[in-house]
Structure formats: structure tokens, C-alpha cells
Design a protein around this ligand. Sequence first.
Ligand SMILES: Nc1ncnc2c1ncn2[C@@H]1O[C@H](COP(=O)(O)OP(=O)(O)OP(=O)(O)O)[C@@H](O)[C@H]1O
Length: 269
Amino acid sequence: MFRHHDTAPDTITEALRMVSVRKAYGHPEGEVTALDRVSLSLPAGSFTAVMGPSGSGKSTLIECAAGLDTPDTGVVVVDGAQVAGRGEEELAKFRRQRIGSIFQQFDLVETETVLANVTLPLRTAGKRVDTSYAEHIATQAGLGGRLHHLLAELSDSERQRVAIARALVANPSVIFGDEPTGGLDPDSARNVLELLSHSVRQFGQSVVLATHDPVAASYADSVVFMADGKLAGCLHQPTPAAVAEQMAYLGDLSLIMDARSRDRALVSV
Ligand SMILES: Nc1ncnc2c1ncn2[C@@H]1O[C@H](COP(=O)(O)OP(=O)(O)OP(=O)(O)O)[C@@H](O)[C@H]1O
């Protein structure tokens, strides 16, 4: 499978590296530290789920990693290249070449067909469109009967699957998602997770997803847990039961934890 790199692929061993990443938001009641000096290393070719209680910083982590938000301080390296510090145009190009994003705000074109939406990133990047591959990916995402339907005719769940197919079709090195299966029925969610798993196993892509769902997280090789903007451990080869247990613990822990006792070291998954 053809993949674009501007660094030699052989030298890239990490999908994502974050070093001491901090991000705070101003609030009338005071500043909220969404990411508190997070350091993290995820290997290339891995599937990682990011979990934690509501407000623990999962979305902020994914957005900073995907170049959709800018950390206040710290370093973010995706697929061997620094994300922060690039100009807007260069960042957009980098994201088109290396990153696939699946976020709740799907950013789809209502007046275009499913297939046109799925191939949009390729066309925007001036890349050749392999229509049969795009059809295959869209079909795998459960859109086989909808390829030539306009977006305006689709349900929310179908739109979500279009966003997922669109993220996969350009063969990005790293795919970031925020609750990509939230709102999907169990069968559609399973199809999407199997598709993402397949892209990791077969094509060596990397997937990093924020999710609340222990079953979705169990598709990952590892789960990274967050609490109060900090990393709070990780679990390898997760089962839904083990993930749910850890989440229950974090739910309690986040009420009583002493932020100063959190590990600030680089967590390698
Ligand atoms: N744009 C923003 N403006 C102000 N505060 C924000 C913003 N985005 C996030 N926050 C705050 O930062 C903290 C972390 O938010 P974040 O959305 O990253 O958490 P999360 O773990 O993804 O939560 P959830 O599971 O509820 O989506 C929260 O306290 C949130 O209120």
C-alpha cells in the first residue's frame, strides 16, 4: 500500500510522542488545566484507546496530537515530525499527508455524494483517486448501499461512517478519533472498530481513539487512562471487564487524588 512520508519510514518507530504537553483554558471561575504536562510515547503500528472520566482531558489530548489545537507548552511529534510550530498552511498539508481525523463535527459536504465526501481529502491534496479502493473502504464502513447518495439523505450514524471512511481512504500514518463509535448501533460500531483494527494489522497504520466505551477500548492493543489532565496508567491487551474496572477506580480516584503525586515521567505504551 502506497504511503506518503517526508522522512524515511524505516526510521519512524513512534506514532505519537508528547513531551510535557500542557494546555489550559480560561474560565470565569479560574483556569482549567486540560492537559497537565503529559508525556507519552505510542509505538507506530499500534492501536491505542484513551479513556478517563468526563473532563479528564481526552479530547484535548487527541486534538493537540492531531494538530487541531495548540498546546501552551510542550512538544508533539506525530509520525516522526513535530506538529507544533508549523504555519497554518504547512500544518494543513502535514495533516493531509500523515493524519486521519475522525471527530464528532464531521465537516462533511451535504451537497456531495458519499463517495465524493470519502475521496475529498485525496482530491484536496491533489492525489490520484483510486475509486475502487474508496468504494471498498466505504463498503467496509457499512455504506455499500449508499455510495451515490447525497449526504443530506443520510442518518447521523451513516454520516459518522462517512467520516470514518474518509479518514481511512488517504492511508494516513496515524488516525486520531474522538468517540468515533459514539452514537453508532452496536453492529456498526463493531464494523468500524474492526476496520480500524484491520488498518493497523494489515497496513501498519496507527490508531489513537478517545472513547468512553470499554468494549470499543478492548479493540485496542493498549488503553491509556487519564484523570484530571494527567496520565493515570495504562493497560495492555485490554478486556472490556478490565477496562471497566479501571474506569470505576478512576471515577473514585479523581475525587480524592492528589495531583502532585501523579507520575510526570514519559509513559511508553
Ligand atoms: N474550548 C474549551 N474552553 C474552555 N474549557 C475547555 C475547552 N475544552 C475543554 N475544556 C475544559 O478542559 C477540561 C478537559 O476537557 P476535555 O474535553 O479534553 O475532556 P474529556 O475527557 O474529553 O471530557 P468528555 O469525556 O466529557 O468529552 C474540561 O474541564 C473542559 O471543561
